[in-house]
Design a protein around this ligand. Structure first.
Ligand SMILES: *Cc1c(COP(=O)(O)O)cnc(C)c1O
Length: 422
């Protein structure tokens, strides 16, 4: 066996399919986010503005969050010391879980090392504990949820994305007594669309199913206290399990599920990915908790976030760029071809010092390649104007079509932006 050649061939296949991924090496600057440094191919440090971070509110550089992390590291050290069973349960972790349970209005919460792991462990363990469980999974669920469904090993049916009629069809075909677990996301991060959560909760009630929602792209960002879209829509108490991350809107690291005490205790006691893996360090827990507490009291940050996202969409559309419509903070700009998407991203970086990575297959279907822009409250109006000008230049350079929106729609955003930029 030629091991080396086998691995090289695996990489070459991706290169042939234009799916080989190249990382952008960044040095974030806590004091100047979203400005950062970037190492180019020659190792030279160049300035760059980040427009594609999932640290949606810039909480990863918030002075209070950094202070909480530094203080906890100074007092408790750098690591956790073990799994939760073996000396890894810290006071900071217990406080973090209480904070999360309170955030979501649930009896308990359980923290994992990442959101990815919390979905893998949460979905698979819950489904395995339910006899003859049927999992009903949304067709566009994130990879971590698909892995959790696979690992559960039970029967599964996929319902067409956000299609409640299809979901009802599948539910109605089962005996009411059969255990059923509906797994879906509140906010889908590539298209930025939002699930019909109330309708799904209604169906779950009607057919006796449990509900499990991934609020990864909504926690910190939606709802009066930042608990997510379920809080905003008033359905938190009607969803059985809420899963979230501490790494995106909260800006730190880790994942969790929140729900009834018995369910959380059962997952805590049965999930190998929880039991056999070292806990998050106290400093990470303390920083995440500081971020959650802060955001519970900062609806103004959520308002500013929504405003900058809306302004970006308006300004891009007014300039003729193909913004993909959605009701959220995600700003996808359609390209439709992997190579062009990569070329657009490269041009933005080299010519305009703007970093927006290309989103290609398999993250999105072939033919729907796009740039995914995520404005934060720290991307001010002047930066939006700069971004629009840069994208128009890239579109023109690559010969991509520009179709300006209705003047009425354009008029409402651009003058407002320009004034603010002066
Ligand atoms: C990023 C992501 C996750 C994983 O969360 P991490 O904390 O980054 O591991 C889970 N679900 C969705 C929808 C995501 O986009």
């Amino acid at each position: 066996m030629d091991y080396r050649a086998t691995f090289q061939a695996a990489v070459d296949r991706l290169k042939d399919e234009r799916r080989y991924r190249v990382f952008c090496e960044l040095e974030r600057e806590a004091a100047r986010f979203p400005h950062a440094g970037r190492r180019d191919a020659a190792g030279e440090r160049r300035p760059v503005t980040i427009w594609c971070s999932n640290d949606y509110l810039g909480m990863g550089r918030h002075p209070e969050v950094i202070a909480a992390m530094q203080d906890a590291a100074g007092r408790f050290g750098a690591g956790a010391g073990g799994t939760r069973n073996i000396s890894g349960t810290s006071r900071a972790m217990v406080e973090l879980e209480a904070e999360l349970a309170d955030l979501h209005g649930k009896e308990a919460a359980l923290v994992f090392t990442s959101g990815w792991i919390s979905n893998l462990a949460g979905i698979s363990t819950i489904a395995q504990l339910l006899p003859d469980c049927l999992i009903l999974s949304d067709g566009l669920n994130h990879n971590s949820m698909i892995e959790g469904v696979r690992r559960a090993g039970c029967e599964r049916k996929v319902w067409r994305h956000n299609d409640v009629a299809h979901l009802e069809e599948l539910l109605a075909a089962e005996p009411r007594e059969r255990a059923k677990l509906i797994v879906f996301e509140s906010l889908y991060s590539m298209d930025g669309d939002i699930a019909p959560i109330v309708a799904i909760a209604d169906l779950a009630e009607k057919y006796g199913a449990m509900t499990y929602i991934d609020e990864v792209h909504a926690v910190g960002l939606y709802g009066a206290r930042g608990a997510g879209v379920c809080e905003r829509d008033g359905v938190m108490d009607r969803i059985d399990v809420i899963e979230g991350t501490l790494a995106k809107g909260f800006g730190v690291l880790g994942g969790y599920i929140a729900g009834d005490a018995a369910l959380i205790d059962a997952v805590r006691s049965h999930a190998p990915a929880f039991i056999f893996s070292t806990a998050l360090p106290p400093a990470v827990c303390a920083a995440a908790r500081a971020s959650i507490r802060l955001l519970k009291q900062r609806p103004d940050l959520r308002t500013a976030h929504q405003r900058q996202a809306r302004m970006t969409k308006h300004a891009l559309a007014a300039a003729g760029l193909p913004v993909m419509e959605n009701p959220s903070h995600i700003v996808p700009v359609f390209v439709g071809d992997a190579e062009t998407c990569k070329a657009a991203s490269d041009l933005l970086l080299e010519r305009h010092a703007i970093y927006i990575q290309p989103i290609n297959y398999p993250t999105v279907p072939r033919g729907t390649e796009r740039l995914r822009i995520t404005p934060t409250p720290l991307h001010d109006d002047a930066m939006i104007v700069t971004l629009v000008e840069a994208l128009v230049d890239v579109w023109t350079t690559l010969g991509l079509p520009l179709t300006p929106a209705e003047p009425a729609a354009a008029g409402c955003a651009l003058p407002e932006l320009k004034r603010a930029a002066e």
